[in-house]
Write a protein of this length. Structure first.
Length: 288
């Protein structure tokens, strides 16, 4: 074998051994420099054991505990199941989702729809049909405007009037369904419940004397429009003629009583001549 080749091979092997030794020392030193993992403090977290529907009351079997690092504990959550058992749910909760204060109503808020109603607000039911209920698409969680059509009191208009009486009103339920539909499927229900203020509840109740129509709107559109309303004569294109106001007849003149005063009685006179002397003598009284 060629000596030169053997020499080059030996040098190459020696160089490879040196490089390997240096690499091993670097890696070993890096491992020795690593700190041992510190023990992480954890805290219990109350989560839902299964999906929970709005309006129900939390029970022990609906809950379970899991552990999370203390610095990752979600705000507004609970560490003990006793803190939430018996509280109504104001919104739906998914399985394994932490139980948050914002999704619960105070104890004693009631069941069903009652926990969903915020303090100071009211829930008013409106009887609907396929037209009024927008073909069943007035679903929980959607926002609607309320229109009323009717005939004003006598003298205020020549026909029917349509007016937007409420705007941007939240639909709480459609029939007995109080949860938003996941697929947006229509719900044919005879009654729709709306979330309103006490003043709006009075307006909506009074408007039930007329014909009510719900109008769907985009949930992100919160603008309030100042609409003047429309009258029936505007659609027909005819001139608007308001009924003439009743005019009271003028008062009858009082009868004139003529009082005749009798004329004074005129005495009769006689002229008498005695020679050159002339005299006038009264001999009686006559009517003029």
């Amino acid at each position: 074998m060629d000596r030169r080749f053997v020499t080059v091979l030996a040098v190459s092997l020696l160089f490879a051994l040196v490089i390997s030794a240096v690499f091993y020392q670097v890696v070993a030193g890096s491992n020795r420099g690593q700190r041992r993992p510190q023990k992480v403090d954890k805290r219990d977290l109350v989560v839902a054991s299964h999906a929970l529907s709005v309006g129900g009351v939390l029970k022990a079997e609906d809950l379970k505990l899991t552990q999370v690092p203390v610095d990752e504990f979600p705000a507004g959550c609970f560490s003990r199941t006793e803190e939430v058992i018996g509280r109504p749910m104001a919104s739906s909760i998914l399985a394994e989702e932490p139980i948050r204060e914002g999704r619960l109503a105070p104890r004693g808020s009631g069941l069903g729809l009652a926990p969903v109603i915020p303090s100071g607000m009211r829930a008013v039911a409106v009887k609907v049909n396929d037209v009024v209920g927008v073909a069943g698409f007035a679903l929980p969680g959607m926002h609607v405007d309320v229109l009323a059509t009717g005939r004003p009191p006598e003298g205020d208009s020549s026909g029917s009037v349509t007016k937007t009486i409420l705007q941007d009103i939240l639909v709480l339920s459609a029939g007995q369904t109080i949860e938003p539909s996941s697929n947006g499927q229509a719900i044919n229900a005879p009654v729709v419940t709306l979330l309103v203020t006490p003043e709006q509840a009075e307006t909506l109740t009074l408007a039930s004397e007329w014909r009510i129509q719900l109008v769907l709107r985009n949930g992100s559109d919160r603008a309030i429009e100042n609409t003047p309303g429309r009258e029936l004569w505007e659609l027909s294109g005819t001139a608007h003629k308001r009924p003439a106001a009743a005019v009271a007849p003028p008062p009858s003149p009082r009868p004139v009583v003529v009082v005749r005063t009798p004329a004074p009685r005129v005495p009769e006179e006689v002229v008498v001549f005695r020679g050159t002397q002339r005299t006038v003598e009264q001999v009686g009284v006559r009517n003029p």
